[in-house]
Design a protein around this ligand. Structure first.
Ligand SMILES: [Zn+2]
Ligand SMILES: [Zn+2]
Length: 96
């Protein structure tokens, strides 16, 4: 048995079905950039909402703005290095 000291989770994206291997920091899908409303504080998974969080825009300083489709909660998330760059460009063009 392997024991993880860090929270490393693999998950399947509920929006596009991509299998995402977590590195302990991943909180969104690198393909479609959707996230899930599960944290109150980063990584604690204490939120019971569980709604999909849609990427609505991208800010070079703050990162990707995610909005929960269930409760409309908005949150900026840092870009991950393997994120889909086409999608980021699309989001930057949209603006807020
Ligand atoms: Zn996805
Ligand atoms: Zn929510």
């Amino acid at each position: 048995m392997k024991r993880f000291t860090k929270k490393i989770e693999d998950f399947v994206c509920e929006n596009c079905g991509t299998r995402v291997s977590g590195d302990g920091y991943t909180n969104h899908c690198p393909n479609c950039l959707y996230s899930k409303h599960v944290d109150v504080n980063p990584g604690d998974r204490a939120n019971i909402c569980g709604g999909l969080m849609e990427p609505v825009s991208y800010d070079a300083k703050k990162g990707i703005l995610h909005r929960c489709v269930v409760c409309k909660f908005e949150k900026y998330n840092k870009l991950q290095k393997n994120d889909n760059s086409d999608k980021i460009i699309e989001l930057s063009a949209t603006g807020v």
